[in-house]
Design a protein around this ligand. Structure first.
Ligand SMILES: Nc1ncnc2c1ncn2[C@@H]1O[C@H](COP(=O)(O)OP(=O)(O)OP(=O)(O)O)[C@@H](O)[C@H]1O
Ligand SMILES: [Mg+2]
Length: 271
């Protein structure tokens, strides 16, 4: 592998819960190559969202080192974009303004920002909804807005935390196809957290299987199937069985509960 764009070295993370130490992540080591698509699967509470928060720089209290392009992560940065587990759109802002939030720290003129926002609205197929508000969107459309916001600053690394978790199966597959199409246009290194093993195999170059308490890597599986991948193929099916077995074999597997993407309390963190 060439020099990795992302490198986790001996990463550990603990939380203080009521005076007790909760070890959320232990000894997480992973190198990710530029342009690679890595999926992370694992049961609820095994530290997947925590890992993304550490990589995006929202939480800098951890053990070990996380580097991007060889430089230690010490805070948020425009080269990393994140789409949270819930879409976290501002209900009082339009689609365009919600996406525009992704550009607040970018050194662009107002016109450049407006053009960029328009381009990304087109990219996620929402050009008829530019001035719509989140309550006027379906769950899938709101997720598209969140994805556009994650992409609008043209990050080199895109972090996706269960972005399609609350969507119906058909919309979910459409969004997966769109994500691959976006990646085909721009070579974005992508890290996707998902509880859907099939989604991980359909999209990723590698799947990291985590185990809980404390969260750590159980196995990393290469997905060498050529694109476009056929969900009904024998090889796909075999990988699916293998990964499901890996996830459930220790008897600890608890599937994450899908979040409702609408009507959530707003706790948006600008980054
Ligand atoms: N701010 C926090 N304070 C205390 N404990 C936390 C905090 N954030 C996460 N944890 C704990 O860390 C562990 C990992 O949480 P995390 O949200 O990363 O799990 P997850 O793998 O994303 O789960 P899910 O699939 O349900 O989203 C859990 O035990 C959780 O309770
Ligand atoms: Mg999570």
């Amino acid at each position: 592998m060439n020099a990795p764009i992302v490198s986790f070295n001996h990463v550990g993370k603990s939380f203080d819960v009521d005076g007790f130490e909760l070890e959320a992540i232990r000894e997480f080591n992973l190198d990710i190559a530029e342009g690679e698509f890595v999926a992370i699967v694992g049961s609820s509470g095994c530290g997947k969202s925590t890992l993304l928060r550490l990589l995006v720089g929202l939480d800098t209290q951890f053990r070990g080192q996380i580097s991007v392009d060889g430089k230690a992560v010490t805070g948020i940065g425009g080269e990393r974009g994140i789409v949270f587990q819930e879409h976290r759109l501002f209900p009082w802002l339009t689609v365009a303004d919600n996406i525009g939030l992704g550009l607040v720290n970018e050194p662009l003129s107002l016109e450049q920002k407006q053009k960029r926002v328009r381009d990304f609205i087109d990219l996620v197929g929402l050009s008829d909804f530019t001035r719509a508000y989140p309550h006027q969107l379906s769950g899938g459309m709101a997720q598209r807005v969140a994805i556009a916001r994650g992409l609008v600053a043209s990050p080199r690394i895109l972090l996706l935390d269960e972005p399609f978790g609350a969507l119906d199966a058909l919309t979910r597959q459409q969004m997966q196809d769109e994500l691959l199409a976006i990646r085909a246009r721009a070579r974005i290194t992508t890290i996707l957290v998902t509880h859907d093993v099939e989604e991980a195999i359909f999209l990723a170059d590698r799947v990291v299987v985590m185990e809980p308490r404390p969260g750590r890597i159980k196995r990393v599986v290469d997905i060498a199937l050529p694109h476009p991948r056929q969900r009904s193929s024998f090889d796909f099916h075999q990988l699916r069985e293998e990964l499901l077995h890996e996830l459930t074999s220790d008897g600890h597997y608890q599937p994450p509960v899908p979040v409702q993407v609408r009507d959530l309390p707003l706790s948006f963190i600008a980054c």
